[in-house]
Unconditional design. Structure first.
Length: 295
């Protein structure tokens, strides 16, 4: 079999699995138009229609399904053989592309990624900072890092740290001027420092839960910003209440320079998870990075 024929068969299997030329092209590292052209060429050589195309979807025909039944075991064996060879290398190598959001990059990658790169000189890591929920398959990423509640069910998720909590805090001087809120509904009488989401442009709602009851509060106050440092500085100056990750203010709460309120309305939620597509085996470079981030 010619190499071009094997490439086309592998490309066909990818399109059939993903049910999308766009997603398959991203995985294969080629343009959707080039992939579509290759599939038409394969169908012409075989004299059979393998893919049923519409404007919104693509799916294998009956003949395509029959071909897949023969291809999948062979392709899985080839993939397994290549991955087994990778294990013979002394050091993992290759490029790992990751997408995440700014806070996760600061909390998860910043403390550990530099040391990982020094320990694995043959691995190249590309990090894309994006506050939106990127489709890692369609965009060609190997993995993403998000909060656990944001990870799709069909992904393999690896927990990278403990559960997190968002807390409401203000300075002692602020609470000399305003009585502490007893319920989230009291926040409409307070100056609340807001955060504007960079993706949707909307204000981040303050989310609360108690006794199974969930409440989302739309707050207002003297400052709204799409950067976390400015709101935190305003809160520390006493300009208003802040809705801030507990990790970022734990020392100040313990020292008394910030006072936490509504603590019983702020439960923990799943922390950072690295997730990647459900594949039989991950590349060695990605496995090495996951191991380093879990430490």
């Amino acid at each position: 079999m010619e190499r071009s024929q094997l490439n086309d068969l592998m490309a066909f299997a990818t399109v059939a699995r993903e049910r999308s030329f766009t997603r398959a092209a991203a995985i294969l590292g080629m343009s959707p138009s080039a992939l579509s052209h290759a599939m038409r060429g394969l169908e012409e050589r075989l004299g059979l229609r393998l893919l049923a195309r519409t404007t919104r979807s693509v799916a294998p025909t009956e003949a395509g399904e029959r071909l897949l039944q023969s291809l999948n075991p062979a392709l899985s064996e080839i993939e397994g053989g290549l991955e087994a060879l990778a294990e013979w290398r002394d050091n993992p190598s290759g490029t790992v592309r990751i997408t995440t959001f700014a806070y996760a990059a600061r909390m998860v990658l910043l403390p550990k990624l530099p040391a990982f790169l020094l320990a694995h000189p043959d691995v190249r890591v590309e990090v894309n900072i994006d506050d939106g929920l990127t489709d890692i398959v369609a965009s060609g990423f190997d993995a993403g890092i998000r909060l656990g509640e944001s990870v799709a069910k069909d992904m393999i998720a690896v927990k990278l740290g403990p559960d997190l909590r968002t807390v409401v805090v203000g300075t002692p001087d602020y609470f000399k001027r305003f009585p502490p809120p007893e319920t989230p509904y009291d926040l409409d009488r307070h100056a609340c420092i807001g955060y504007r989401l960079t993706t949707s442009g909307g204000l981040l709602p303050w989310e609360f839960e108690k006794d199974g009851k969930e409440i989302n509060i739309r707050t207002s106050g003297p400052l709204v910003a799409n950067d976390g440092d400015l709101p935190a500085a305003a809160v520390r100056a006493g300009a208003g209440l802040g809705y801030i990750m507990e990790h970022d203010v734990a020392e100040e709460i313990a020292a008394g320079s910030l006072v936490q309120v509504l603590a019983d309305w702020c439960p923990a939620f799943p922390g950072f998870h690295l997730y990647h597509p459900s594949r039989r085996q991950s590349p060695p470079a990605l496995r090495a990075l996951i191991a380093a981030l879990k430490m």
